[in-house]
Design a protein around this ligand. Structure first.
Ligand code: FAS
Ligand code: PHB
Length: 390
């Protein structure tokens, strides 16, 4: 089999890239190791930047998003038992949209299937080859056969644990990483959100986040230790701990219910440089990871893919290498700013026992300054709604 662009991974990065290339008449085949059902079963991001919404519009998959997405003009920070609103729209003229990654993935999958485009699910032993020479190709095993997909370019959209970044010689890639000393215990439940907007809570017992997927489905997170196990947490224990970490006026409004998903995710900051190796391009979590505090992971994957699709379109339409030559540098300029914001917001909102009493005083002083200064609130707001795509 042959295609113009071989995409490894059918997560949001791979599927959005495939949709953007299709809009431009460029052929792409997606090779995914899991089933479509498995990919859809992952519960992850929930907040879209306006630039991500614009890319989904451009890809022609935003019809349900326009109908069901919830525009949010701000968020609330909770500390010392009080709520403080950060007015995104008032401070920046921009907002975010609450719409789950699962829904984005489903919309992209359905559009791809409706267009009759090729996605190989449950591919085994996927490997990438020839990206440093003239004959890039992807090999995989399926239905008892060893198969090969020849292509002009390979897009490694296979996430943090994927094969693409792992196939780059160690001498050709620089890794920057920070692992946080805690994780997030997340719960999804069909209960109405406790507040109209998201609530980020800094509490002496640990961080908590009140998020949502719709007006009837909520997503909550608790900072938890790295040694904690999801089986240690009954639903009742989760709801009790959540309410202890929220201001009383919020805690008493929480509607509890049975979890439909419950999991613990580790937190890390991670960047691989560069993101291009000959005809192999890394995009999304394959190249970078952020702690989810700033709601940047999915949005960075989308902007990477926006840059990459532009570069590939210029290659095929205009016979110009400019876009693909500038890809890595353009992505990394935006990625590092999002890494900084995600690290800063995580450092501000979580409990770090190792920083001691002085560290807690610094955190508290910064929170008080943040909610009392228009300049500081604007800095948070413009990073949260998303920095411009240049
Ligand atoms: P993905 O990891 O989503 O997709 C990669 C795909 O490649 C997967 O389908 C995988 O099966 C496939 N793959 C892997 N190896 C392969 C191989 N060898 N061959 C073929 N296919 C292969 N972001 C937020 O903004 N907010 C959040 O709250 C949030 N929560 C998260 C919770 C968890 C547990 C995780 C892991 C991430 C979370 N993220 C969050 C980040 C997340 O949303 C990512 O940024 C987003 O999924 C990135 O999309 P992709 O780059 O497509 O990677
Ligand atoms: C989510 O809804 O999953 C979510 C929202 C905002 C974040 C992190 C996760 O910062």
């Amino acid at each position: 089999m042959r295609t113009q662009v071989a995409i490894v991974g059918a997560g949001p990065a791979g599927l959005l890239l495939g949709a953007l290339l299709h809009q431009a008449g460029i052929d792409a085949v997606i090779i995914e190791q899991r089933s479509a059902e498995y990919v859809l079963g992952r519960i992850r991001a929930g907040v879209l930047e306006q630039t991500t919404v614009a890319l989904l519009e451009q890809a022609g998959v935003a019809e349900r998003l326009r109908r069901e997405g919830l525009p949010h003009d701000g968020t609330e920070l909770a500390f010392d038992g009080q709520l403080h609103r950060i007015d995104f729209f008032g401070l920046t003229g921009r907002r975010v949209t609450v719409y789950g990654q699962t829904e984005v993935t489903q919309d992209l999958m359905q559009a791809r299937a409706a267009a009759g485009l090729t996605t190989v699910y449950e591919a085994e032993n996927v490997s990438v080859h020839g990206f440093d020479g003239a004959a890039p190709h992807v090999r995989y095993h399926q239905a008892g056969r060893d198969l090969e997909l020849a292509c002009d370019f390979i897009a490694g959209c296979d996430g943090y644990h994927g094969v693409s970044r792992a196939s780059v010689p160690a001498c050709a890639i620089a890794i920057f990483e920070k692992v946080y000393p805690f994780g997030w215990l997340g719960i999804l439940a069909d209960v109405p959100p406790v507040r109209h907007e998201l609530v980020y809570a800094n509490h002496e017992r640990g961080f908590a986040l009140c998020s949502q997927r719709s007006r009837t489905r909520s997503r909550y997170y608790l900072q938890t230790s790295l040694t904690d196990k999801v089986e240690n947490w009954s639903d009742a224990a989760f709801w009790d701990e959540l309410r202890l970490r929220l201001p009383a006026e919020v805690a008493q409004q929480v509607t509890t219910g049975a979890s439909i998903e419950k999991s613990i995710a580790p937190l890390r900051s991670f960047v691989a440089e560069p993101m291009r190796f000959g005809t192999l391009f890394l995009a999304g979590d394959a190249a970078h990871i952020v702690p989810p505090t700033g709601a940047k992971g999915l949005n960075l994957a989308a902007s990477d893919v926006g840059y990459l699709s532009q570069g590939l379109i210029e290659h095929y339409r205009d016979k110009s290498p400019a876009g693909i030559d500038a890809y890595s540098q353009r992505c990394l300029a935006r990625i590092w700013k999002a890494e900084r914001f995600s690290w800063w917001f995580t450092s501000l909102m979580h409990k770090f026992p190792e920083t001691g009493a002085f560290g807690q005083k610094m955190q508290h002083a910064e929170l008080e300054y943040l909610v009392g200064s228009k300049a500081a609130s604007t800095a948070l707001a413009e990073n949260y709604v998303g920095l411009p795509i240049r």
